[in-house]
Design a protein around this ligand. Structure first.
Ligand code: ATP
Length: 838
């Protein structure tokens, strides 16, 4: 341990990279002497450690969402810059996850992964922030995760050889193939070494050999949704109210276990790519929906499970110090393990697994009493722990337990005596903080001389109750605690021997945890289908949704929103959507992306029919808010997001762009939109592009794969004044919007003076005429280039579209030639193309 702190500036810990402090040299011994590190306020304060570091003795559902992951991140140097190694461990789940991937200059993958992990603490080599000047990755991480504790660790602890040694030593045999996978992945191994070393130090415990689940996650098995898109789509957090459940997670979350909830969250953020796996999930949901008895039976069974991940986590840790608290919590964990294994049979797990679980249960039952069970209430649980170990295993334990029983009986006798002495209706109570104490109801009690007797001490009054104790009772409590300490200590020795044998089969507990969380997630997805009408999606080369609905809007308004059809295929992969403000464009765009994500995570979707093409990445550019955190203007946020999109987009991506270019002038906005569209049009990605720039609808006449659609609105005149009123239908129709100047019409409905509106109308008309001129009559050379570019793009698309038969191809090429000649004639160019016959 001391070697970890063998030089002065070893660990710097600070939040948001703004403050920094360092642990004094050779202070290691004093830290190691602390039995439960997380409970030591001094150290926690020095390190800036979050209270969630404190090991919890009892898993709780409410704590499931709290941050509990510690992540080490390291970047390659020199030629390997951009190669990222990461290792994460969840304090509530003993799984070491390794990641290694190449990232672009924006480090979007690292940031996205970190957002998904919700880290409690991030570790990086101290060289990433040398001399007060951080690397780009370091600056991005500290900017993006300002509320997360950040710790710089000496670079030498990021040692790949040590990392491999750790994994060979700790990995459960069942998962050992991971060693083959990662042995040449130096950066994730280096991150693992630093992480595990730090974990040992901070938790003051080590993992038992061959007990840890180790997995490697490349980014190729799941769809990539960058963190800005996850935020835009309100996948797990609502942008207006962080506590609101109006998110996709809120809509789908009917999970009963913390593990199920975690799994649902991570699947929403990282949907699957593999159609077979998705279909297996969909088959299961279908079966659950068809068999009510099965659905409710499993739901009921799942509801009794505790947080198996957290239980596993404490079972595989070997504390470096033995204290009464540690002894007591180990006994609790064995009782919880017995409770968990007894819940397995109704889950219909395979016979082979059941055999293994039975074997562990038999081992437990050879030491733990049959009727010992996990119970709510501190006194109940204390009694269960006290009598957990069977009699006749340790005769001193049996004697200590008899002594404990006598003391408890004496306490009851003492309280009865006190009650009789003063003629008061008092009763014995218990809580963890006070131990045994006395309680008395205030109602209907006549106190001698109007006050409590003097020997009632430490009196508190709560609602209708007095709570107090006496000197004798306090002495008896001390004796009781002493007897318990002995009992826990002797039981702990027996329980540790038991756990040593259980460790051999630890891998099947990982499988159980996996199975329970997966089943819980699928039950939750099936549950969502019973609340609203969802349909099983298909996977083809086309995105086709009949009467699709926005899943979150549907939940918010409590009634079905207006549904819409969607169709995007390879031949028509770019949809431009226009329509006035408030007509439902953004809602529609998000609806398509949300349905795509739901389908890829294996959920049914809110529609009458739905078919999807698997998307490897989902990009969104939505919203016009400034990003104060990173001090970016609206326009800069837009440009950063678009630049990220352009650098990372692939032919199998789904792209949602809403009102690009709103953060700058109209001419520049149209220009940017046009060039971004032309770039995207050369790809086979599916794009939905909502805009107020009606000029962009011209693209439909230039590109065969563009389709214009618009949100329909109707107009009525109301009252005597005949004021025009707009009725939003939220219905999507073909073609571009006929609505003009709707911004000005919306302004007219406000209290703005009419002179201002009139002037605005005049200026707007002038500007739009100028824009049209700019857009259509640039100099002949530019126009000629544009015609050639259009021809080349369309030829490229034709070449890609291999499904056209020769006749259709000939007709299509003739059309292309005609369009090209027409474009050249407009600018007076000689038409020099050879005829088809030539
Ligand atoms: N399909 C729908 N069914 C019912 N209500 C809808 C539907 N789509 C949108 N709405 C309602 O209309 C409101 C405005 O929708 P939305 O923000 O999508 O419009 P927009 O065209 O993107 O507006 P803007 O151009 O001003 O951004 C939403 O807040 C929602 O309450």
């Amino acid at each position: 341990m001391a070697s970890f702190f063998d030089s002065g500036q070893v660990i710097h810990s600070f939040r948001g990279g703004r403050t920094s402090s360092s642990i004094p040299p050779s202070s290691g011994s004093s830290f190691c002497g602390t039995p439960r590190l997380g409970r030591t306020p001094g150290l926690a304060g020095t390190l800036g450690i979050h209270p969630a570091w404190t090991p919890q003795t009892e898993p709780s559902v409410t704590s499931a969402t709290a941050a509990s992951v510690i992540v080490a991140v390291v970047e390659g140097r020199g030629l390997a810059r951009g190669e990222i190694g990461m290792a994460s461990i969840n304090l509530k789940c003993p799984e070491l996850v390794l990641y290694q991937f190449a990232d672009t200059g924006t480090y979007a993958k690292v940031i996205t992964k970190l957002h998904i992990l919700v880290p409690l603490e991030i570790l990086m080599p101290d060289t990433a922030s040398e001399k007060g000047k951080g690397t780009k990755l370091y600056n991005l991480i500290t900017e993006n995760f300002q509320s997360v504790a950040f710790t710089a660790i000496q670079r030498k602890y990021f040692n790949e050889r040590k990392g491999l040694e750790y994994i060979q030593q700790l990995c459960a045999p069942e998962y050992s193939t991971v060693i083959m996978e990662v042995q040449a992945k130096y950066y994730c191994l280096a991150a693992a070494a630093a992480l595990l070393k730090y974990f040992e130090f901070i938790q003051n415990s080590i993992y038992a050999p061959k007990s840890l689940k180790v997995s490697f996650k490349g980014s190729e098995h799941t769809a990539m949704i960058d963190s800005a898109s996850a935020t835009n789509l309100e996948l797990v957090v609502n942008n207006r109210d962080h506590r609101s459940e109006h998110t996709l997670l809120g809509v789908l979350n009917y999970t009963k276990t913390p593990g199920g909830g975690r799994r649902l969250r991570s699947n929403i953020l990282e949907p699957l790519l593999d159609v077979d796996t998705i279909n297996i999930r969909l088959d299961t949901i279908q079966e659950l929906l068809q068999d009510e008895e099965l659905f409710f039976g499993l739901k009921n069974a799942i509801g009794h499970f505790l947080d198996i991940d957290q239980l596993l986590s404490v079972l595989v840790q070997i504390p470096k110090q033995e204290t009464v608290q540690i002894a007591e919590s180990k006994i609790t964990h064995v009782i919880q393990l017995k409770h968990t294994l007894e819940l397995v049979p109704p889950l219909r797990v395979s016979a082979r697994c059941l055999q293994q679980f039975d074997m562990i249960l038999e081992q437990i039952k050879s030491v733990i009493n049959d009727d010992t069970s996990y119970m709510k209430g501190s006194l109940n649980m204390r009694t269960q722990k006290c009598y957990a170990v069977r009699p006749n295993i340790n005769e001193f334990l049996d004697i200590a337990r008899r002594a404990y029983t006598e003391i408890v009986d004496d306490i009851a006798g003492l309280v009865d005596q006190v009650g009789e002495k003063y003629g008061l209706p008092i009763r014995t109570s218990f809580n963890t903080a006070r131990g045994f104490f006395i309680q008395m109801k205030l109602e209907g009690v006549v106190l001698p001389h109007g006050e409590l007797p003097a020997d009632f001490i430490k009196v508190t009054k709560q609602k209708n109750n007095y709570s107090f104790t006496t000197t004798d009772l306090m002495k008896m409590n001390d004796r009781c605690d002493e007897a318990l300490r002995e009992i826990f200590h002797m039981s702990y020795v027996v329980v540790c021997q038991l756990l040593n044998t259980v460790h051999e089969h630890i891998h099947c507990l990982y499988k159980l945890s996996d199975a329970v969380s997966m089943l819980d997630m699928l039950l939750s997805l099936a549950n969502a289908c019973t609340i609203s009408d969802y349909v099983r999606p298909e996977f083809t080369d086309t995105l086709a949704i009949k009467q699709g609905r926005h899943p979150i809007l549907e939940r918010i308004v409590g009634q079905q929103p207006v549904s819409n059809n969607s169709y995007i295929s390879e031949g028509s992969n770019f949809v431009i959507i226009t329509g006035p403000n408030m007509s439902g464009k953004s809602t529609y765009l998000k609806q398509v992306a949300l349905c795509q994500i739901m389908a890829q995570m294996g959920s049914f979707v809110p529609a009458e029919y739905a078919s999807f093409r698997i998307a490897d990445q989902i990009f969104t550019r939505i919203g016009v808010d400034d990003d104060f955190e990173t001090n970016s203007s609206t326009f800069m946020v837009e440009m950063k997001e678009v630049s990220y999109l352009i650098h990372n987009v692939s032919d199998r991506s789904l792209i949602i762009i809403d009102e690009l270019g709103r953060g700058t002038s109209a001419e520049e906005g149209v220009g940017i939109c046009h060039s971004v569209c032309e770039f995207l049009l050369s790809l086979r990605a599916f794009t939905l592009f909502a805009t107020h720039f009606l000029e962009l609808c011209e693209l439909e006449t230039l590109y065969p794969n563009v389709e214009n659609q618009h949100m329909e609105v109707q107009h009525t005149r109301t009252g005597d004044t005949g004021t025009e009123r707009v009725i939003y239908t939220f219905l999507l129709s073909r073609g571009s919007s006929e609505e003009r100047n709707y911004g000005l019409r919306a302004a007219e409905m406000t209290a703005l003076p009419s002179t201002i509106i009139q002037e605005a109308k005049a200026i707007s008309s002038k500007v739009s005429q100028q824009l049209l001129v700019c857009f259509s009559s640039s100099d002949p050379e530019t126009q000629r280039q544009r015609a050639v570019y259009h021809l080349a793009t369309r030829l490229l698309q034709t070449a890609r579209n291999s499904r056209l038969d020769p006749d259709s191809l000939r007709i299509y090429l003739k059309g292309l030639k005609r369009d090209y000649e027409a474009e050249l004639q407009v600018i007076g160019e000689p038409v020099s193309m050879e005829t088809e016959e030539d």
